[in-house]
Design a protein around this ligand. Structure first.
Ligand code: SAM
Length: 294
């Protein structure tokens, strides 16, 4: 782990300053870095994915615990610093690339590295990271709904995103991310963090959050892709009534009569609004949608 002075020296030696656009706010409170690390309870057979390794402060600590660490960094100068810092650590792979291919897909370079690591390590896949704020939500969503799913996630993110992750129906923060997380696992806010624990200080508070995937929950979702499409479609019109929303459906979701029958068989009032439906309601609707004839 690196102190603020050590990070500043590494950047100065490389002739760069923190890039605000890339969310380069380094976690400099090492007690909190330790809390993030200890929360994850990483084992020697686990694969850890770190998105945004910066100068390698957390990476070094992860390498001491994990079977394999896959660290992704978009900034070529910082990726180079981490490679140099971790040159002796045989279990660290630094990928200098964007973690995402696009909003809906992780970069295949990253998923390819995970698949390769899985041939060697049979433990859990964990996301442990001080996430860059701009990609935090798509990274976590992709690790929930894609073919490669994280068993657990331990991340620092904006407090506002943490609130969205843990929000309940009818709360103003309740959204697609809240529904996905609640439908597939358990999310907890471990600690709220003041801006001063980062350098440079961000404008807003952050939080350490954990997510643990639960098989008993994911098993209930028959078709994850369809579940996702229905959640996104309905929550896009969150304040309309369900009967009003479904008139706007297109493609395979377009079938007004079928929707109304589905709501009835799930005992959901078609006058209810998407923002009031529970994650269980969304699972019931998606599972029923596949069973009902078009
Ligand atoms: N891991 C360091 C720490 O704990 O202090 C730095 C974390 S800093 C909040 C986020 C890092 O993510 C930055 O180094 C930034 O360059 C990198 N980053 C930003 N966007 C990225 C992306 N799309 N893919 C991969 N890395 C990205």
């Amino acid at each position: 782990m690196q102190t603020k002075t050590q990070i500043q020296e590494l950047l100065e030696a490389a002739g760069v300053k923190p890039n605000k656009r890339l969310g380069q706010n380094f976690l400099i409170d090492l007690n909190l870095m330790r809390l993030l690390l200890d929360s994850a309870q990483i084992g020697k057979n686990d694969i850890v994915l770190e998105i945004g390794c910066g100068t390698g402060s957390l990476t070094e600590a992860l390498s001491e615990k994990a079977g394999q660490v896959i660290s992704v960094e978009i900034d070529s100068t910082l990726a180079e610093i981490t490679k140099n810092q971790l040159a002796q650590a045989e279990n660290v792979q630094v990928l200098q690339t964007d973690a995402l291919k696009n909003k809906n897909n992780l970069n295949p370079v990253v998923t390819g590295a995970i698949e390769k690591a899985r041939n060697k390590f049979s433990g859990k896949l964990l996301l442990v990271a001080n996430l860059p704020y701009s990609v935090a939500c798509p990274v976590m969503l992709n690790l929930i709904k894609s073919e490669i799913t994280a068993d657990e996630m331990y991340v620092t993110i904006q407090k506002e995103v943490a609130e969205r992750m843990t929000a309940k129906p009818d709360n103003k923060h309740y959204g697609t991310l809240s529904i996905y997380l609640a439908a597939t696992g358990e999310t907890k806010i471990i600690r709220v963090l003041k801006p001063k624990v980062f350098w440079p200080q961000p404008q807003v508070a952050s939080a350490i959050v954990s997510f643990v995937r639960k098989k008993e929950k994911t098993d209930k979702i028959k078709n994850m892709e369809l579940f996702g499409e229905i959640v996104s479609f309905l929550m896009c019109h969150r304040r309309k009534t369900l009967s009003g929303c479904v008139k706007l459906a297109t493609g395979k979701l377009e079938n007004n009569k079928k929707w109304l029958e589905i709501f009835e068989s799930c005992s959901i009032n078609p006058k209810a609004r998407p923002e009031k439906l529970s994650p269980e309601d969304y699972i019931a609707i998606a599972n029923m949608f596949d069973q009902y004839p078009s």
